[in-house]
Design a protein around this ligand. Structure first.
Ligand code: SIN
Length: 364
């Protein structure tokens, strides 16, 4: 199938990216690896996790099942890559999805809309969008709410898309709940001292994609990159160290967690396509709100979302996917290099990393 499209020596990643992105004819997805379906794949290996690294109680505080219940897979040829299909407790995915839509876009966090709107206009995207989203008729062309125009949010050390750097001068407190979740997942994967210092949230609709890139702006590559996905599914391409290496296509479904560490920390990757969840439901069932009866058993330390909030989130997620990547920027004892004058004045700019349907440019 897709491998047949490749020619020796050319940018194999770009060719496959275009193949999976194309609208007509749609790509054949039968060769896309699906970790959540017990398929026999010689490249996929079940890996043991550190089941005593976090207590069941600490896991449940972050909305996670006990580690002994998680499945974790590695991929032959990609050392340091781990894929954990949905380890969340029932009813908890919607908490994290709501944080991505309601809480994390709030100031002082930074989002793409700040590039051309005043802080007053982007202060509460949720409140400004909720009625418009609630009343939105399916399949009707209507003006987009601000929440639907959201493409990215940065947390902690705010990533500068222009300089591709983090700076000590642009830091705001990293969300405590997301830091906690990240630190539990990292510990279970053997990274006990992981510190969540920067986050990039990407918001996708069915016509969005994310260009080919490597996450190399962090200063300590021995620390993993964690990725959490909610909502509709994505085709994720995991490449090699060179653009000539053909990438491996895999699905990321709602609740799935991916860890890129070790030799896989600096691999090319991209998201060429968002696809409806494979269950064919408006939103995947793992995202649904649990009934009051079930919720009695769920630790609600970080709080549950109000019914009305969930109605808005569910409406948004019918056509969308949210991904959070969490990074440790500095190693132990490391500090930021002293900046030159020109670096100090560089500001956030639009980037070609997030692709609109009509844009052909890819992340360079
Ligand atoms: C990223 O590479 O930064 C995000 C990938 C994703 O959306 O899964």
């Amino acid at each position: 199938m897709a491998a047949g499209l490749l020619e020796q020596g050319e940018d194999a990643f770009r060719r496959l990216f275009k193949y999976y992105k194309r609208r007509q004819p749609p790509p054949d997805l039968s060769g896309v690896l699906d970790f959540s379906r017990a398929q026999k794949n010689f490249q996929v290996l079940l890996v043991p996790l550190n089941v005593t690294s976090i207590s069941d109680q600490d896991a449940s505080k972050a909305g996670l099942q006990p580690v002994c219940k998680w499945k974790a897979y590695s991929l032959d040829g990609y050392p340091g890559f781990t894929f954990i299909p949905d380890p969340f407790l029932p009813g908890w995915q919607h908490y994290w999805a709501k944080q991505c839509l309601k809480t994390y876009p709030q100031k002082p966090n930074v989002c793409n809309l700040d590039l051309h709107m005043s802080p007053e206009e982007t202060t509460d995207l949720w409140e400004q969008s909720r009625e418009q989203l609630r009343l939105k008729a399916p399949d009707k062309r209507e003006a987009k709410s601000l929440l639907e125009k959201l493409r990215w949010v940065t947390l902690g050390y705010h990533y500068n898309w222009e300089t591709k750097k983090y700076s000590p001068d642009h830091y705001t407190t990293f969300p405590v709940d997301l830091a906690y979740l990240s630190e539990q997942v990292a510990a279970a994967c053997g990274f006990q001292q992981f510190k969540a210092e920067a986050g990039i949230l990407n918001y996708y609709h069915f016509d969005s994609s994310l260009g080919i890139h490597v996450d190399e702006s962090e200063m300590d590559y021995s620390k993993p990159l964690l990725s959490f996905s909610f909502g509709q599914s994505a085709v994720f391409l995991l490449g090699g160290q060179k653009r000539q290496d053909p990438p491996l296509p895999m699905f990321m479904h709602s609740g799935d967690i991916m860890i890129m560490s070790g030799r896989s920390r600096l691999l090319y990757h991209a998201v060429p396509r968002i696809v409806p969840n494979l269950e064919g439901k408006a939103i995947p069932s793992c995202l649904e709100r649990i009934t009051a009866r079930d919720s009695d058993s769920v630790d609600t330390s970080f709080g549950q979302s109000a019914e009305g909030d969930w109605e808005i989130c569910a409406k948004y997620l019918q056509n969308s996917r949210v991904n959070m990547t969490v990074r440790q920027v500095l190693g132990v004892g490391q500090s930021f290099p002293v900046k030159s004058d020109s670096e100090s004045i560089a500001d956030s700019q639009p980037n070609s990393y997030h692709q609109d349907p009509k844009e052909e440019n890819e992340h360079k």
